[in-house]
Each structure stands twice: as C-alpha cells, then as structure tokens.
Ligand binder design. Structure first.
Ligand SMILES: [Zn+2]
Length: 492
C-alpha cells in the first residue's frame, strides 16, 4: 500500500478545480484529504453521495465537484452496471457510448434491462497519474480480493441488513484463478439444488443441477475451461461429496467463483447504498454543460422509468417580434432564458434544450418541477417589472412518466410519449398558466405545493392521444395583499 502521490500534479489539478467556481468553504481541502488518506477501495470508486454525507456537503455540490475533477483530469468517470441478484459488477466502462439497453449476469443467469434509474452507478476513480492504486491492476489482487473487493459491491446488503460481503466471507465459496493449462481441484459436498459458477475474467458461466439419490462415495467431476465456455461433461450430478477437477484448456487466465444453491433457497435481491444514478447524472446541468459530447450509442436509447418533463413557451411572441423588432426581441428572449435557467437549476432541474422561444427541462422530482414553474412566474413578473413592460408572458406544461434517453443532434435528449404529452399540455396553457397532468396532480408533494393556488380541472383532448385526458390548470397565488383588502371591503 501507500503508493506515492505526485504532489506537483495533485496541486496543479486542485488549483484548476478551485478556480472553476466558488465552492463552499474548505471543500477542496476536504477532497484533498480523501485523496491523501482515503483507502484504495474508496479512491477507486468514489461515491459523491457518500462523500457529501461524510463531509457535510450538499449532494449537488459534491456531484459538481467530481464532475469538474473529471474535467481537470484528477478523476475518471466510470459507468457501472450492478447485478441486483449477486451484487456483482456486470459491466464497467468509462464512456456512455458503450452502454447498451440490456445486460446479462452470467453468475445469476439473468437478463437485466439497463434503466438509468436503478442499477447504473456512476463512480469516480482517482487518476493513476496522481496516485496509482492496486485496483488499477486487478490481475495483481488475490482471488479473494478480486471477487470481494473488485467484482462484488462491497456495500451491497440483503433486506435484513446483512452485508453481502460479510455473508460471502462466512460462506467462503471457492474463488480461485486458473492459469492457462493449469489444473485445480476442490472438494465440495453438494446438497440437492444447483451449482453456479462463473469465470469473471472471460465472462463465462457454468450451471449444474444436483438431483436424484444421494451418493456416499466421492465422485470426481471434470470441468473444462475451453475457448468460449466452461462445461462439465456431466451436466447433472447426484447429491453427495465431490471432487471438482478444473482444467484450463485455453490460453487465457480465468477467475472462477463457485456457489452452491440448495433447493428451496430464497434469493432476495440485494440493495445498494445511495449512489449517483445515470438518471441523476443526466439531470445534472454541470454534466450537460461539461460533457456535451457524451453520447448514447445506437437508436434504441436507454430506458428511464420516471422523469418529470417541463416545457415553457412565450405567449404571442410573434406579436412581440413584430412590435419591438427582431434584435430587441431576441435580446429579451435570451435574457428570459437566463432567468429561467437560474430558476430551473435552483430547483434541481436541468435544461435539455431550447426550441425557438421554448425551453424543455427535466427534473427528478415532480414537486421540484412545479416549484420551478411557480418560481418562473414570479421571476418573469420581476423581469417584466424591471423592464417596465409586460413583453414576456409564460405558458408552462408539466408531465411525468417513463422515457428513453437518446442522443439527438449531438445532445443528450429524451424521447417518448411522456415528452410528447408534456409538450402538448404546455400547448393548452394560456398566459401565466401552468398545466399539469393527472400523474403530476396525484403526487402528494405536488398537491401540497398548490393547495393555496387557484386550480381548475378539465378534460382535454391532446393531439395524437385517443382518450381525453384530465389536466389541471394552476395559476399563481393571488397577491398576498389582496385577501385582507377584500375582507375590508366586505366589512364596510
Ligand atoms: Zn448476478
């Protein structure tokens, strides 16, 4: 342990990060202390959410810190796909381009859909140029460290709170490397059920059924690593004591783990401590600004189970351009974009794009989107007052649901019916109105936000949608002063 830190390079990188924006006090020195004293497991997969919790920092600030650290070359950004069955890392890559729509865990024999909400974790690895850590050379780890610290999520836990790693240490499943042409023998007593095995270096799996009358005598079972497969000539074994004789007939080193699964064993999915999900990363304005060139491969995109989409547009902007001229109107529209961006970012949202005079933004929480929409009405009101005119009049629509993240016109974008509905609901809105869908209205936090606002429900027909949908028109609260005034008038 204790590899050398390149002091000059570390200083240089920290100075770059320090200069990009005004961070909260001592944030950079908190990062520096982790780099100097953090254990190698931490530095290999820095979790910004955990960093935020441990250092008393806002999560958004921590995410921004690591994104700027990647830009400065202090950390590398890694995408990891975890298997909720075994807590194993199924895939890891440093570019979004490599992420597919589905992935497969050989060990659990399951196909998993890669949704950005769930098992895609973004971690940050310290640059080996600053401090080299042993996980940069996984082939030098012991087989046990390779599996328990590198392959399996060290913090994954069962519903009862037991850490998966602790359970594995107790259970001690066979874990070993198998060099080319090498042989390895293991004694195991197998109960009825199944045995699964995996060569995690070559992504190969083995599955054996254990059934029938138990055998008292020790049985020898050959298992061959061949190019592209691990197989036992006998695919079904009888329960009882075995000697499993592995032989590597390939030119590649294998890393093998074996697990016996007794009949009737209930396997509940593992949970993971909070991490930075792909969905949250996409919703980071900093990520969108710094890593514009990150693109999703293929035409299928990546699924998102739940995202809130907000559209704004300007009322009678054609008349505005006509009245004050293109140049001045353009200037005003640009300024209003700036105002909206501040409100959107303040409420945890990110601007996906602007289309003409319209803005499309996404939020992780429906209430954040509505909070932003109400904030926009206030902000634009102030904006107009300071300009001494009422040139900018907003119309807003919000909807939530599943979506597909795609790359369109070299930009991370969202696609699908949720986006279409959000856009069409926006189209229903008049001056200073926010239209939301039933899905939004059903969220308790949204209801709490609008309880003092004028809200009207109606059925509307949206282009391209067969059924009428229920929508809700939300307007700004009547000015605080008007209520007592009205009471006074009634009293006289
Ligand atoms: Zn698995």
């Amino acid at each position: 342990m204790g590899s050398q830190i390149d002091e000059g390079l570390l200083d240089e990188k920290l100075a770059i990060i320090e200069g990009v924006k005004s961070w909260q006090p001592r944030l950079i020195s908190k990062l520096e202390s982790v780099i100097r004293s953090g254990d190698e497991d931490t530095l290999f997969r820095m979790n910004p959410i955990r960093f935020a919790r441990e250092k008393g920092v806002e999560e958004e600030e921590a995410i921004d810190l690591f994104l700027h650290s990647v830009k400065a070359g202090l950390f590398r950004l890694n995408w990891q796909l975890w298997c909720p069955g075994c807590g194993g890392i199924v895939e890891s890559f440093d570019s979004l381009r490599t992420l597919g729509t589905h992935y497969h865990c050989n060990f659990c024999q399951v196909n998993l859909e890669a949704t950005l909400d769930d098992y895609i974790e973004i971690t940050f690895a310290l640059s080996p140029r600053v401090r080299d850590i042993e996980f940069n050379h996984p082939e030098t780890l012991s087989a046990e460290d390779f599996f328990l610290r590198y392959i399996f999520h060290p913090e994954a836990y069962f519903p009862d709170g037991t850490k998966f790693g602790d359970a594995m240490k107790k259970q001690k499943p066979p874990m070993f490397y198998l060099e080319p042409d090498a042989k390895f023998e293991i004694g195991m007593t197998l109960p009825p059920g199944t045995v699964s095995g995996s060569d995690w270096l070559n992504r190969l799996d083995l599955f054996l059924a254990v059934a029938g009358e138990p055998m008292q005598a020790i049985e020898e079972v050959d298992i061959f690593l061949d190019p592209g497969s691990i197989r036992a000539p006998k695919a079904e074994l009888r329960p009882g004591p075995k000697v499993l004789r592995f032989r590597n007939r390939t030119a590649l080193k294998g890393a093998i783990i074996l697990m016996s699964h007794p009949e009737g064993e209930i396997h509940s999915p593992l949970a993971f401590p909070p991490f930075l999900s792909g969905k949250r990363l996409f919703n980071s304005q900093t990520f969108r600004d710094l890593f514009q060139s990150e693109t999703i491969q293929g035409e299928e995109g990546i699924a998102i189970k739940d995202i809130t989409v907000l559209f704004t547009d300007l009322k009678s902007s054609t008349a505005l351009y006509d009245r004050i001229g293109d140049l001045q109107a353009y200037h005003l529209v640009r300024q209003h974009f700036g105002s909206l961006a501040r409100v959107i970012n303040k409420h945890g949202g990110a601007i996906v794009k602007t289309i003409g005079d319209a803005v499309m933004a996404t939020f992780l929480q429906p209430a954040e989107a509505l909070g932003a929409a109400l904030g926009m009405l206030d902000e634009i009101d102030r904006f107009n007052q300071s300009n001494g005119s009422k040139d900018i009049v907003l119309k807003i629509g919000i909807h939530k649901g599943s979506s597909i993240a795609v790359t369109l016109n070299e930009r991370l974008d969202y696609f699908g019916q949720t986006v279409n509905v959000a856009s069409r609901v926006q189209g229903l809105a008049g001056a200073e109105e926010i239209y939301i869908t039933q899905e939004m209205y059903d969220v308790p936090e949204v209801r709490a936000l609008i309880k003092d606002h004028p809200v009207n429900a109606k059925d509307a027909r949206l282009k391209g949608i067969q059924e009428k949908v229920k929508v809700f028109r939300v307007r700004a609260r009547p000015a605080e002063v008007s209520a007592p005034l009205r009471l006074e008038r009634l009293a006289t």
